[in-house]
Design a protein. Structure first.
Length: 272
């Protein structure tokens, strides 16, 4: 995969935006209710999480799953030039409103960067490169421009290229499995052959995917919360992201793309 260094969260250069801008409700993922624009009770004066190493055991698994793709430091250091909402309350609401827009743009940068690393997707590389440049330029726009951006339209244009890239990579001998948007919650897919399958937007919550072959499977938007990926092969899966991996269960035998990190909670053997 191409350069993704700027698409990884750098909390040291962010004003704790994910801990303030976004709302969450008391649930299995969050121990308390929090309104949008209200700092989390665990946010310190240094904009760092006071329980970061213990999020799951303290009832904040949702925070452990979240990843901003580097949008936090972009908003903090570029869009608002290092000014933060504590020092200048006047920028608080604009910062909070821009953050989710920036996160979507950075997620698209991740997908487009991956597309350019796929040799079989060469026919769409020119379009992907053009959209990558356009999206990157948008991330350097003013707050006003970002807040009036039609993100849905931009995502749709990018998705057209991503879909074509996926088709090109998954083409070849044999019929590929199309399970786009499929309800596979809790499905028994241990050892399943999902090589080159389209699982775009599929609901795989709690699915048993132990030892499954997900090589070259398109996983964009697939919900992997609680899915058991122990021993599964996702080494060449398409458009897999860190939040998806963080939300799943895995073990040392799970194969992941080189650009993704193995979550800390995977160090313990998955329940079989």
């Amino acid at each position: 995969m191409g350069t993704v260094s700027g698409l990884r969260a750098d909390c040291a250069n962010c004003a704790g935006l994910c801990c303030v801008a976004l709302p969450f409700g008391r649930s299995a993922d969050f121990a308390v209710d929090k309104a949008a624009g209200t700092p989390c009770v665990n946010l310190g004066d240094d904009f760092r999480c006071g329980i970061h190493s213990r999020l799951r055991e303290r009832g904040f698994a949702g925070c452990a799953v979240f990843d901003c793709f580097g949008a936090g430091q972009q908003v903090s250091q570029v869009t608002f030039a290092g000014t933060d909402w504590r020092r200048d309350p006047a920028v608080a609401q604009p910062m909070f409103d821009v953050f989710p827009v920036m996160r979507q743009l950075h997620e698209l940068l991740w997908y487009l960067t991956e597309t350019l690393s796929l040799a079989q997707a060469r026919p769409v590389h020119d379009d992907a490169r053009r959209l990558l440049d356009e999206t990157r330029a948008l991330t350097h726009s003013t707050a006003g421009t970002l807040l009036t951006l039609d993100v849905a339209d931009h995502r749709a244009r990018v998705n057209t290229v991503l879909l074509r890239a996926s088709e090109l990579v998954r083409a070849g001998a044999g019929k590929t499995k199309d399970r786009r948007g499929a309800d596979l919650m809790g499905a028994k897919l241990k050892g399943a052959d999902l090589h080159k399958a389209s699982l775009r937007g599929a609901y795989l919550i709690g699915a048993d995917l132990r030892g499954a072959d997900l090589s070259l499977a398109d996983l964009i938007g697939a919900d992997l919360r609680g899915a058991n990926l122990a021993g599964a092969d996702l080494g060449t899966s398409l458009f897999l992201t860190q939040p998806q991996v963080n939300a799943a269960i895995g073990d040392p035998a799970t194969r992941l793309p080189a650009a993704l990190a193995r979550p800390d909670h995977w160090r313990r053997p998955a329940v079989h």
